[in-house]
Structure formats: C-alpha cells, structure tokens
Design a protein around this ligand. Structure first.
Ligand SMILES: [Zn+2]
Length: 125
C-alpha cells in the first residue's frame, strides 16, 4: 500500500497511476450539476480508481454549486464575509448560538438550511 500523497499506485502493481479529471453531470436534490471528478487511471493495464483524497473537494464543489443555484450562500461566501467582518468561526458560532463545528461544516460541504441562510446574511452583511 503506497502512501504517496501526489498520486497512487496501480493495485495490479504496474506502477504509478495518472490522475485524470472529467466533468460529470449529477442530480443533487433535484438540481442538475456538472462537477469535475478526478480519477486515477493506470496507463499500463487501464484500471481506474476514484481518488479518495478528492472526495471532500468533490463534495464541497457539489454543495457549493447547489447553494449557488438555489440562492444560498456558498462555503466560500460564508468564509469571505465572515473574514471581512474580522470574525473567527467561533465568533460567528456564538452570534448564531450554534456549535463552532456547524460553522466549520458550512464552510465545507454541509448545506445550511434556508432559515439559517437568512440569519447568516443578516449577521454577515
Ligand atoms: Zn495497472
């Protein structure tokens, strides 16, 4: 088992697998999204495997595209607005009366409720 962070080795032991990015159309909560998915392909035997390290990034991309299309603040918007107010995740959590972990998750792949989105906008604007 290789722990090389920049890529992975073929399970058939041919050697290094090359990363390849393709656009994949998915339907998430009834909304059609086009997300870039990175997979690794072995140039020798052609076997492919999904990149586990990319999963979190893909989940965040899906969550952010969904939020963008449905009029919710994206993870980047929440983070940017919060930083513009000079607030830490903990500061924002205290104003919202939620756990700091909730703020951390909204700034990743967790989608806030529409009610919470309205409250976030009021505090961050
Ligand atoms: Zn191979």
């Amino acid at each position: 088992m290789s722990h090389n962070e920049s890529g992975k080795d073929c399970p058939m032991e041919c050697g290094f697998m090359e990363p390849e990015t393709c656009e994949k159309t998915i339907v998430f909560r009834g909304i059609k999204l086009c997300v870039p998915i990175t997979r690794h392909t072995c140039p020798h035997c052609g076997i492919t495997g999904s990149d586990v390290a990319c999963t979190a990034a893909v989940q965040q991309e899906i969550a952010d595209q969904f939020r963008g299309k449905t009029g919710l603040l994206t993870s980047r918007q929440i983070q940017t607005l919060r930083e513009a107010k000079n607030m830490t995740q903990q500061d924002l959590a205290e104003k919202l009366e939620v756990d700091a972990a909730a703020v951390r998750r909204w700034e990743k792949a967790n989608i806030q409720s529409r009610d919470m989105d309205q409250i976030l906008r009021r505090i961050l604007k």
